[in-house]
Design a protein around this ligand. Structure first.
Ligand code: 13P
Length: 253
């Protein structure tokens, strides 16, 4: 049920500029110093489109990879003002792309559109970080499992290369709020996602499933007690190298 590596993925959202490379360099230096942590971890920064090329050129790190936070459903080029495709991301050094984040679902990304985006990203050989999770309203109505099952069913297909897909459980109401679900609920939901993935897609492989939503350097201790969680998708706290490093350190404490 558990996977080999633990993932620490920073989602910077709409933050960062060229100077922010310093923050990632500090994390790189930490990785150099503390190999006992990094040999068991994968560290990925999903940064704004504007920073991917610069960061991936300036920091050649065997510990840290870069990714984007979304992509267009058309794989290569087209008349889509303001959009960026999976092939464009690939060419500037992105190895990962977040798809289906609730902040993008709010802006109109439907399960069907998310499926098209996942297909484009996979065709470009990008690793997909596919986000699922319920809103507060859905949680209060007891619909969490139903919502997640539907998200998996409508956006993934049996024909995909599952070695390139990571899932992230992000309860929408836990994002940026400082609120987190009860730890037993997280455990139950992560196990549910793993089981549903295998059942719906008829695969034996246990997927990598992350947790995201208000993860910080103190609550990480609680999450580390759940071996089924394969890592974390970290928003706010990933913008500070100190907080990000403390999350990794405290995870393994
Ligand atoms: P926060 O860690 O800021 O709650 O954000 C979580 C998130 O949305 C990661 O994708």
């Amino acid at each position: 049920m558990t996977n080999k590596f633990k993932y620490f993925i920073g989602n910077w959202k709409m933050f960062g500029n060229l100077a922010s490379l310093n923050s990632i360099k500090q994390v790189h230096n930490f990785c150099l110093k503390f190999k006992k942590y990094t040999s068991k971890s994968k560290i990925i920064y999903c940064v704004p489109y504007t920073l991917i090329y610069f960061f991936s050129q300036k920091l050649k790190s065997k510990f840290i990879s870069f990714g984007a936070q979304n992509c267009h459903f058309v794989e290569t080029f087209g008349p889509y003002t303001g959009s960026v495709s999976a092939s464009m991301l690939k060419k500037v050094g992105a190895k990962y792309v977040i798809i289906g984040h609730s902040e993008n679902r709010f802006e109109g990304d439907t399960n069907k559109l998310i499926k098209q985006k996942i297909e484009s990203a996979l065709k470009q050989n990008l690793n997909v970080i596919f986000c699922v999770g319920e809103t507060l309203k859905e949680k209060n109505k007891g619909k969490t499992f139903k919502v997640i099952k539907n998200q998996i069913k409508s956006s993934l297909s049996k024909k995909y290369n599952f070695n390139k897909i990571i899932l992230a459980y992000e309860p929408v109401w836990a994002i940026g709020t400082g609120k987190i679900p009860k730890i037993q609920t997280v455990k139950k939901t992560i196990i549910f996602i793993k089981n549903q993935f295998q059942k719906i897609l008829k695969v034996k492989k246990t997927p990598v499933v992350l947790y995201g939503g208000s993860v910080n350097n103190s609550n990480i201790r609680m999450f580390s007690s759940i071996s089924e969680i394969d890592g974390f998708l970290i928003g706010g706290a990933s913008q500070s190298s100190k907080k990000f490093i403390d999350i990794i350190k405290n995870y393994y404490k």
